[in-house]
Design a protein around this ligand. Structure first.
Ligand code: SF4
Length: 279
């Protein structure tokens, strides 16, 4: 099945409303250093379309009847990798969802999403922007400036957008200055911000250690829940309050993701409340 119930690691920390998940691609050419897909996908940083993706999505949508409320694309591999520019798989998937009246929320790091403005309707785009300069941590992904330009084009076109400042990584993008740069530059084009601290798995922690050996990763990441490493609770809370403060200053609602803190000012953690009557 390509359309599955969203269930991140069966984590009790997840507060997402019930939703389905769909990844048109396996693997992701954005190649983010901190990405967790390398813990369960072979050849993780090479995007390739799912086999018979269009036909399969059409079949599953027809079979589902009223069973699917809305779909999040994508939670495992970005739906707009560079390959999408030529292949157009995600575009075809959106067309099918639109034809069947199924709401969707796009989660991406690519400005290519603005190409599909004509198919967005009342649906929601969540753009991830983690810092001003992301070349070292997200080497294959479009620049933050391009992502913010895409957000502007989408919001100018009437699409409701959210920002994901996710993950916040200690020693890399956790300064108040960095957080404010993201919120202030993307904030004019979004209504809500979702944020979380980095919770690496073993392999992503090793990649970060190799690229940023000066950061004392193992000394900071002492907690382990399931297969993920967590910063100590008071450190995570401090980082999330920092993001919330910047959101408060910009008049944006804020929610944190998989942190377990009761500090949210947004209705939903993932921004899906913006789908409103689209679902
Ligand atoms: S965009 Fe997301 S899925 Fe793709 S490499 Fe980066 S973290 Fe992984």
């Amino acid at each position: 099945m390509l359309i599955t119930r969203f269930d991140p690691w069966k984590s009790g920390m997840c507060t997402c409303p019930p939703k389905h998940s769909l990844n048109p691609y396996t693997g992701c050419s954005h190649g983010c250093l901190y990405c967790y897909i390398s813990s369960y996908i072979k050849d993780p940083f090479r995007s390739r379309p799912k086999k018979n993706a269009i036909r399969e999505v059409e079949r599953e949508v027809k079979m589902s009847g009223e069973g699917i409320r809305f779909i999040s694309l994508s939670n495992s591999s970005d739906p707009y990798p560079p390959e999408e520019r030529i292949l157009g798989i995600t575009r075809d998937v959106l067309r099918i969802l639109d034809q069947h009246g199924i709401g969707f929320q796009i989660v991406t790091k690519s400005d290519l999403v603005a190409r599909d403005l004509d198919l967005m309707g009342k649906n929601v785009v969540s753009m991830t922007v983690t810092a001003k300069d992301t070349r070292r941590i997200e080497p294959g992904a479009p620049s933050s400036e391009k992502r913010i330009e895409a957000l502007k084009a989408l919001s100018d076109g009437g699409i409701r957008c959210t920002l994901r400042l996710d993950p916040v990584i200690p020693g890399i993008n956790d300064s108040y200055e960095s957080v404010c740069w993201v919120i202030h530059h993307a904030g004019d084009h979004v209504e809500h911000v979702t944020s979380s601290t980095l919770k690496p798995r073993s392999d992503s922690l090793t990649r970060l250690e190799r690229s940023f050996p000066q950061i004392g990763w193992r000394g900071m990441y002492t907690d382990r829940k399931g297969g993920s490493y967590y910063l100590p609770e008071d450190t995570r809370l401090g980082l999330m309050l920092k993001v919330r403060e910047a959101c408060d200053e910009s008049g944006l609602t804020f929610s944190c993701c998989r942190e377990g803190f009761d500090i949210n000012t947004g209705i939903s953690c993932d921004g899906s409340h913006l789908l409103g009557d689209a679902i």
